[in-house]
Design a protein around this ligand. Structure first.
Ligand SMILES: [Zn+2]
Ligand SMILES: [Zn+2]
Length: 125
């Protein structure tokens, strides 16, 4: 029997085999949570419909927030131009209906990929 020890980052709960890696993860900055469950959002970069491959933008609702978790390379390189590395970030689960085929979907998005809809501001007043 082999005993396996792992170290967990207290912020994102990721487990690492070496304490050094867990400490490094804990040292990462944490992104501010900018959307809440129930917020109405739209996507910035168009996505393609699964059925007819037409591009579209959606208006959807944040239903769940995942994280904080370590940012992946694609996120930081693509959305932040590599200006920032190794942060803890949030993933926002957004529910929306594809305007092309009316299919209901829920997808994960990072904060810079989404814009808040004006409707939210109205409900705050
Ligand atoms: Zn972490
Ligand atoms: Zn579709």
């Amino acid at each position: 029997m082999k005993k396996v020890v792992s170290y967990q980052c207290s912020i994102c709960k990721t487990e690492y085999p070496a304490i050094r890696e867990a400490k490094k993860c804990e040292g990462r900055f944490a992104e501010r949570k900018i959307f809440r469950a129930g917020d109405k959002v739209k996507n910035i970069e168009p996505r393609a419909c699964n059925k007819n491959h037409k591009q579209y933008r959606f208006k959807g609702t944040v239903i769940k927030i995942h994280g904080p978790k370590p940012a992946d390379y694609e996120y930081e390189a693509k959305w932040l131009g590599g200006k920032r590395t190794n942060w803890h970030v949030f993933h926002y689960e957004v529910k929306f209906t594809c305007p092309m085929c009316k299919e209901e979907r829920s997808e994960l998005y990072y904060a810079p990929e989404l814009l808040r809809l004006r409707e939210n501001l109205r409900t705050l007043k």
